[in-house]
Design a protein around this ligand. Structure first.
Ligand code: MG
Length: 380
């Protein structure tokens, strides 16, 4: 399988490299792309020997070119698009975070390359456009996220689906009071009980915005109306998600929490192999599995996401942009955790929605919403 990784130095990208190394001879890595983590990228170059590598700056590309003369170095947004468009690839993994994922994903689709998609923003921002082009080009979008990977595995007969059940661990504040959440420090918020992930997604998991983004993604990926998508809090993170059928039967996908498993599934699909952390699942050892209703009062970001998704148009774009910028402001201790909700809510309320937006309109609204969000600080 000839593959490329867009965003190989992040959390998902690094685990994908581990999956690849664990299956010698199965993968040929065509290209890697990384941002500023040059040391990690150098290690990966030695490990998987890609043909092309894209970095952020021209300066770094020139430096690395001298060090690795046999590899073709590219840089910037154009480099990313070139790598994603390269038809040598049979599959690409898009594991960058933020809106950077959108254009390479579309480029791969236009070139008929299947996409293992670990980037949420792509579908939250432009799900209608992305899924339509994927259908037209007969390109598979294989979701890496554990929940969507689970649903993908549970969907055997699409016509008789009653609802999708997306599980949520509940994050670090599941059992905390609303006041505790309002006064949460960055450190407490970054302490996720189940999953070890990047900072942005860890904060989103604490506010449940992450679950909200996943609901919007599920709507696009599986063409499912929002009334038929249910979020259930499941603190053990053993049931990764489920599908209920017309006859009341529920098919769920279970396993111990590890991102290596869903990453490998999307890279080797439709085949399955033993993986890095494969251990036989033991129902007895798993013991009990708890399920509860999400608390929309304590986690109002989840409410925002359902509202944005139902409304459609550019509202999810604006919500995503405002939330992302607000998360960065929280990480810099400029605002409180609760302000992420307050700011995102305000910007959504002020937004004049555009239905059926073009890609240009999406990118423009994204930019405007980010600027407005950063300006919120000035009034404080
Ligand atoms: Mg997830």
């Amino acid at each position: 399988m000839k593959i490329s990784i867009i965003g190989s130095t992040g959390s998902i990208g690094r685990q994908a490299i581990e999956v690849i190394q664990n299956m010698p001879g199965f993968f040929e890595v065509v290209s890697l792309t990384g941002g500023d983590n040059i040391e990690e990228l150098k290690k990966q170059i030695e490990l998987v020997k890609p043909k092309n590598v894209c970095v952020k700056s021209e300066q770094n590309a020139i430096k690395l070119q001298k060090e690795f003369p046999k590899i073709n170095f590219l840089f910037g947004d154009k480099g990313l698009i070139d790598i994603a468009s390269d038809r040598t690839n049979e599959r690409i993994l898009v594991s960058v975070s933020g809106k950077t994922g959108l254009k390479p994903t579309l480029a791969a689709i236009e070139n008929g390359i299947d996409v293992a998609l670990a980037n949420k923003e792509t579908l939250v921002m432009a799900g209608d456009i992305v899924m339509r082009r994927a259908r037209e080009k007969n390109v598979k979008i294989l979701p890496v996220d554990s929940e969507h990977g689970a649903i993908h595995q549970c969907l055997s007969n699409r016509n008789e689906v009653e609802k999708l059940i997306i599980t949520a661990s509940g994050g670090p504040f599941r059992t905390k009071s609303i006041d505790d959440i309002k006064n949460a420090t960055v450190e407490e918020t970054l302490h996720h009980p189940r999953w070890n992930m990047g900072k942005k997604i860890t904060i989103d998991s604490a506010t449940l915005m992450n679950k909200g983004l996943e609901v919007i993604e599920a709507h696009h990926l599986f063409d499912m109306p929002y009334e038929k998508i249910q979020v259930v809090v499941h603190p053990q993170s053993i049931v990764h998600s489920a599908v209920e059928y017309a006859d009341g039967s529920v098919i769920a996908q279970l396993g111990f929490p590890s991102m290596h498993i869903p990453i490998q599934y999307t890279l080797t699909y439709p085949n399955r192999f033993e993986g890095i952390e494969t251990r036989s699942f033991d129902f007895v050892k798993a013991g009990r599995l708890d399920f509860e209703e999400p608390d929309f009062e304590k986690f109002p970001c989840l409410k925002l996401a359902f509202a944005a998704g139902r409304e459609g148009g550019t509202l999810p774009v604006v919500m995503n942009a405002a939330n992302e910028e607000a998360v960065y402001m929280f990480l810099e201790n400029k605002i409180s955790l609760w302000d992420i909700y307050e700011i995102t809510n305000k910007i959504m309320n002020d937004h004049k929605n555009i239905s059926n937006p073009s890609l240009e309109e999406i990118l423009e609204q994204d930019k405007i919403a980010r600027e407005i969000t950063k300006n919120q600080l000035l009034g404080r």
